[in-house]
Every structure is written in structure tokens, then in C-alpha cells.
Design a protein around this ligand. Structure first.
Ligand code: GLU
Length: 304
């Protein structure tokens, strides 16, 4: 398969979407990003890499980090996490409070903010230095020791975290948050501010297409079953209240973030990542969604 030609063509096609979405502005530091950027990268399990456009530019991975923290927690606590977090799509915006009250502080899934806050809370209980541990985990997955936290974005998000604090306090009132909320928000805002390029992210997602084994180090990061479950959750819950539409259009497990990134993969084959900062009304990258739809259509391969 000539992946390079496929992604070069997609890069040219999605330009017509520029100007139709909006960069996330509820975190002021994110609003400063130049909207007209697009990168795409493919990493295959047989060791090839392809990229084009702004694929080497680092961006804020935001909610894509929820995949990494869930992997870190499930490998330690196993199924216990599912007592605290559900596994169903929410059908609500990523930061909604409504469902949480009805469902007594148990978030629908680990990829909406409430669920991710519970996962990060457990991570804080597991690791004495959670922020260092997260960076180390992500660096080991992609083999790049330069992955860093964008401190300006972390600070900006922390200063504008009223809604996430509300979620955390509401869940704490139901006994579903164990640590101090300020500590939790500090760690959560840092995980969202991890800065990576499409190329780094494609490498970091390859372990999921490799039955949980990091293909670079040969280490089993997750069991086969845990990797399967993470993929299933991405397929059903990875795109906020647009998860069904992404599954319909691209047919891949994936996770988006409001920084405009999307990381997805085909089991046993490859990881593919895109970044374009303009978002649609659901908070997903407008050009990124279109690019991945084109990608699986053009290569004639998806999980279906
Ligand atoms: N930092 C974001 C928040 O919690 C993450 C949102 C996202 O990418 O979905 O508001």
C-alpha cells in the first residue's frame, strides 16, 4: 500500500475545510494556535512511517491523554476501575454535569471529563509522582525522551477549570474521588497539556494495534484483553457525543482531543494520527475527522 500518496492526497483535499470550524477558545492558551494547520502520520507494525503536512509540529494532545492514563491505571488495578467508571457512550458533551447527578457520581465512561478525572484520581493514588510517571509512560511508548508538558497550556487550563472542578467536587460528594481536588486538577491539567506531534502519537498508539505490546521495546504494556477493551471503549466513546458518527465514517477505534488531534489505529496493522486545530460543534477536529474517513476509504481497510 502506498500510504505516502494516500496521505499526500488527503492533505490537499482537506484544505477546503479550513475556515469552517473553530479553534477551542475556552482555554485561552489554546485559542492562540494558528488554525490553518494540518498534519497526518502513519506508523505501521512492520516498521514503516509516513507523514505529511504539519506532522512534526507539537500540539496539545488534550483528551487523547485519557487513553494513556487509562492504560496506566488498568494495568495496575485491572477490573476494579469499572466499579468507579462505566463503559457506555454518554451521548452528552464531554464536560456535562447533568448525567453525573442522575447516576450518583459514576461517570458513563473514562473518556468524558468526569470519567477521566476518576481515572486520574486513581493514578495519583498509585504513583508518588504522577506527573513524572505520565511523561515517562508516554516517552517509553513513542521512544522520544523529549515529550514535555506545555506549561503555559497547563496553567491556562488550570485557571479556567471551574467546570472540571465542579465535576470533581460532585463526584467527591458521592465518594468517587479519593484525593484532594486541587491536586487532581493540577495533574489532570498537565496530562491535557502533554505536547506531542502526529509522528510521536502514531508511534505511541502502535502498542494498541500490537495486542498491548510496545513494538519498539517488546514490553507487554497491557494484556491482550486489556488492549481489546481499551480499543472497544475508543470505538464507542472516543469522540464525545459524536462517537457513533466517527465509527460510521472512519470505522476505527480512536480518541480525539480539543487541541484538534485524533489518534486511531487498525489492529494488527498500523496507527494513524491527524492534527488540525479547527473543531466542529462537538469538539472534534473538522479536517481530522474528514481525513480519517478518506484514509480508511482510500486504503480499503478499517476494523470492519
Ligand atoms: N482539557 C480539556 C478539558 O478537560 C480536555 C477536553 C478534551 O480534549 O476533550 O476541558
Amino acid at each position: 500500500m502506498d500510504y505516502q500518496s494516500v496521505i499526500d492526497k488527503i492533505r490537499d483535499e482537506v484544505r477546503e475545510l479550513w475556515g469552517q470550524g473553530r479553534v477551542a477558545d475556552y482555554i485561552p492558551a489554546l485559542a492562540k494556535v494558528d488554525p490553518r494547520q494540518f498534519g497526518i502520520a502513519v506508523a505501521t507494525l512492520d516498521g514503516h512511517e509516513y507523514s505529511t503536512g504539519d506532522a512534526q509540529v507539537c500540539f496539545s494532545i488534550q483528551s487523547i491523554s485519557k487513553v494513556f492514563t487509562l492504560a496506566m491505571v488498568t494495568r495496575h488495578v485491572g477490573d476494579d476501575i469499572w466499579d468507579a467508571v462505566g463503559r457506555e457512550p454518554s451521548g452528552n458533551p464531554f464536560n456535562s454535569l447533568v448525567q453525573l447527578e442522575y447516576e450518583q457520581g459514576k461517570p458513563r465512561n473514562p473518556f468524558i471529563n468526569a470519567g477521566a478525572l476518576v481515572v486520574t484520581d486513581r493514578l495519583i493514588s498509585l504513583y508518588p509522582h504522577p506527573k513524572d510517571a505520565m511523561l515517562e509512560f508516554v516517552r517509553s511508548l513513542c521512544g522520544n525522551d523529549d515529550i514535555y508538558y506545555d506549561k503555559e497550556i497547563a496553567r491556562s487550563e488550570r485557571l479556567n477549570a471551574d467546570r472540571n472542578m465542579s465535576l470533581a467536587y460532585l463526584m467527591k460528594s458521592f465518594g468517587n474521588i479519593r484525593n484532594d481536588v486541587d491536586t487532581l486538577l493540577d495533574v489532570y491539567c498537565h496530562q491535557c497539556a502533554i505536547s506531542m506531534s502526529c509522528v510521536d502519537l502514531a508511534r505511541a498508539f502502535l502498542f494498541l494495534s500490537n495486542r498491548g505490546v510496545n513494538p519498539f521495546s517488546g514490553k507487554q504494556v497491557l494484556s491482550v484483553s486489556q488492549a481489546k477493551r481499551l480499543g472497544a471503549l475508543m470505538l464507542t466513546c472516543g469522540f464525545y457525543d459524536e462517537s457513533g458518527d466517527f465509527a460510521f465514517r472512519a470505522g476505527l477505534p480512536g480518541k480525539s482531543g480539543v487541541g484538534g488531534g485524533i489518534a486511531a489505529y487498525i489492529p494488527g496493522n498500523l496507527a494513524v494520527t491527524v492534527w488540525s486545530p479547527e473543531l466542529n460543534r462537538h469538539g472534534n477536529s473538522l479536517a481530522g475527522m474528514a481525513a480519517l474517513e478518506h484514509f480508511t476509504t482510500d486504503i480499503g481497510n478499517s476494523i470492519f
